[in-house]
Design a protein around this ligand. Structure first.
Ligand code: ASP
Length: 441
C-alpha cells in the first residue's frame, strides 16, 4: 500500500496542528509522500501566510521597504512559533535573508506566494526526518504558465523512485527559465494529485478541516450529512457549482490514473471522510448525492418565429457570445425560443455588444434579459435508477413557493439543474435537502 498525503493550511497553521499531522503520518507506514500547504488561519481573525506573502510582496513592488520588512518579520514569527513549538533545531534565518533579497529584486508575486509552502515543507521534512524536495525541481509549467503534465510526471516519478519518504511542498513549480510559477489559489491539492499519479499511489489522502464533502452547503443547511462515496463525475458537477473542499483541477491527474481520493479531517482522524472514486456499486444513502448552486446568472432569452427550421441559428447566437469572450452555462431551448445562461459579472460589461452582435448575426425577433438568477445542481448517480426524482424536486419547490425558471437534465441523468431567482436560492436548497435527506425517502 502506498499513500500520498496532502495537508491543507488549517491542518498546518500552528505547532499543535503540526503535531496532529505528525501523528497521522507516523500511524501509517504507507503514508510516504507528504504535500504541505502554507500555514493557514489559526482562528477566524487570523490571516493565511499566503495572503500575508502577497501583501508583503505588493509592498516590495511599491518600494515601501520598511513596511515590507516588518511584514516579512511577522511572517517569520509564524514559522518560528511552529519551529519552537515542535522543539526543532532548525533556523529559517538564511531562507528569510534570501527571500528579502529576492523581494527587493522583484522576483514576482508567484515566487512570493510559493514561499509559504516552501518554508512549511522545510519544517515538515525536519519534523518527520524525511527528505525535502523543492517543488521547483520537479513540477513544471510552460512559458505561458500552463502546467506541463508530461514533463512533470517524467521527472517527478524518476526522482521519487529514488526516495523512500519525501516532503514536496504544494502549490508551485517552475518555468523553463527557472522562475517560480504557482497554480491558482488552493493549488496544493493539485500538487498532491500530481505526486499521487507520479508514484502510482493506491490512494491520495487529502487532509483538511472538515470530515469530507457535505451533501449541502453548511452555511445554508445546519449540520448537513457527509457524503461517504462520490464518483469523480458527481464531484465535478458539485464542485463546478460551488462546493469547495478540493481544488477543481486536482481531480484530473488521479482520475486518469484510477487513483481514489480520500478527503479526511485532521481534527477527527477516526472519521472515514469522503471517498472519491471513478465508479462504484456502493449505493448512496439517499437518491441524491449532493446539492450545490451559485447565484448571479443572467438569462438571455431569444425569440424568432420558425427558429426551429433555421439551420445554424444556434451557432450564430453562440458566435455572438464567443466573439465577446463569454462562455455560457446552459442553453435550454423551445421551438421558437432559446435561452442562454451566462454569468452576470462576466456579461454586464459587455451586454450591449453581445446583444447587437446577436441582432447582426442571427436577426432574432426579440431578445430580453432576466438577471439575478441562481442555478442549483441536484446531483446523484442514484437518480438514473429512481423514478420521480424530478417530480419530488418540483413539488418540494412548489410547497415553499419557489418559482422554477429553468430546468435542465443532462442526458447522463447524473444531475438536474434548476434555475430560480437569487432570492429563492437558500429556500430552494433547504426544500430539496429536506425532501431527499431529512425525510429520508
Ligand atoms: N497556500 C495556497 C493558498 O492559500 C495554496 C494552498 O493552500 O493550496 O491558496
Amino acid at each position: 500500500m502506498l499513500k500520498v498525503v496532502k495537508f491543507g493550511g488549517s491542518s498546518l497553521a500552528s505547532a499543535g496542528q503540526f503535531a496532529k499531522v505528525g501523528e497521522i503520518i507516523r500511524s501509517d507506514e504507507s503514508r510516504r509522500y507528504v504535500i504541505p500547504s502554507a500555514p493557514g488561519k489559526r482562528n477566524d481573525k487570523d490571516r493565511k501566510v499566503t495572503d500575508m506573502l502577497y501583501d508583503c510582496y505588493a509592498l516590495a513592488e511599491a518600494e515601501q521597504e520598511e513596511e515590507c520588512r516588518l511584514k516579512l518579520k511577522k511572517i517569520k514569527e509564524r514559522y518560528d512559533s511552529i519551529i519552537n513549538g515542535l522543539n526543532l533545531k532548525i533556523s529559517l534565518d538564511a531562507e528569510f535573508g534570501t527571500i528579502a533579497e529576492n523581494f527587493a529584486k522583484k522576483a514576482g508575486a508567484d515566487y512570493a506566494a510559493s514561499r509559504g509552502e516552501y518554508l512549511n515543507g522545510i519544517i515538515m521534512a525536519a519534523y518527520l526526518g524525511s527528505e525535502f524536495i523543492d517543488a521547483a525541481e520537479v513540477v513544471f509549467f510552460d512559458k505561458n504558465g500552463e502546467f506541463d503534465a508530461e514533463k512533470t510526471n517524467k521527472v517527478l516519478s524518476k526522482r521519487l523512485k529514488k526516495c523512500e519518504r519525501a516532503v514536496i511542498p504544494g502549490f508551485y513549480g517552475s518555468k523553463e527559465d527557472g522562475s517560480v510559477c504557482t497554480f491558482s489559489r488552493g493549488g496544493s491539492d493539485i500538487t498532491g494529485s500530481i505526486v499521487a499519479k507520479a508514484v502510482g499511489a493506491d490512494i491520495y489522502e487529502n487532509w483538511t478541516d472538515v470530515s469530507g464533502f457535505l451533501v449541502a452547503d453548511p452555511r445554508i443547511i445546519e449540520n448537513p450529512e457527509v457524503i461517504k462515496v462520490i464518483t469523480y463525475r458527481e464531484l465535478r458537477e458539485l464542485s463546478y457549482m460551488g462546493a469547495t473542499v478540493l481544488h477543481e483541477d486536482a481531480v484530473f491527474p488521479v482520475r486518469k490514473a484510477g487513483i481514489p481520493i480520500n478527503i479526511r479531517n485532521t481534527n477527527a482522524p477516526e472519521e472515514a471522510g469522503t471517498l472519491i472514486v471513478e465508479s462504484t456499486c456502493h449505493h448512496s444513502k439517499y437518491t441524491i448525492t449532493g446539492i450545490a448552486g451559485k447565484k448571479g446568472f443572467v438569462a438571455v432569452n431569444i425569440d424568432k418565429d420558425m427558429m426551429n427550421s433555421e439551420v445554424g441559428f444556434c451557432r450564430k447566437v453562440l458566435t455572438a457570445f464567443e466573439q465577446n469572450g463569454i462562455s455560457f452555462e446552459h442553453m435550454p431551448s423551445g421551438i421558437d425560443t432559446m435561452t442562454v445562461f451566462v454569468h452576470q459579472e462576466e456579461f454586464e460589461g459587455k451586454e450591449q455588444q453581445v446583444l447587437s452582435a446577436i441582432h447582426r448575426l442571427a436577426d432574432p425577433d426579440t431578445i430580453d434579459l432576466e438577471s439575478d438568477l441562481a442555478l442549483i445542481a441536484v446531483v446523484g448517480r442514484g437518480m438514473r435508477a429512481t423514478r420521480g426524482t424530478a417530480g419530488r424536486i418540483f413539488s418540494a419547490l412548489s410547497h415553499v413557493n419557489v418559482n422554477v425558471k429553468m430546468i435542465d437534465q443532462g442526458s447522463s441523468e447524473l444531475n438536474i439543474i434548476i434555475g430560480v431567482a437569487n432570492n429563492d436560492f437558500e429556500t430552494a436548497i433547504r426544500a430539496i435537502y429536506d425532501i431527499f435527506v431529512t425525510t429520508q425517502l
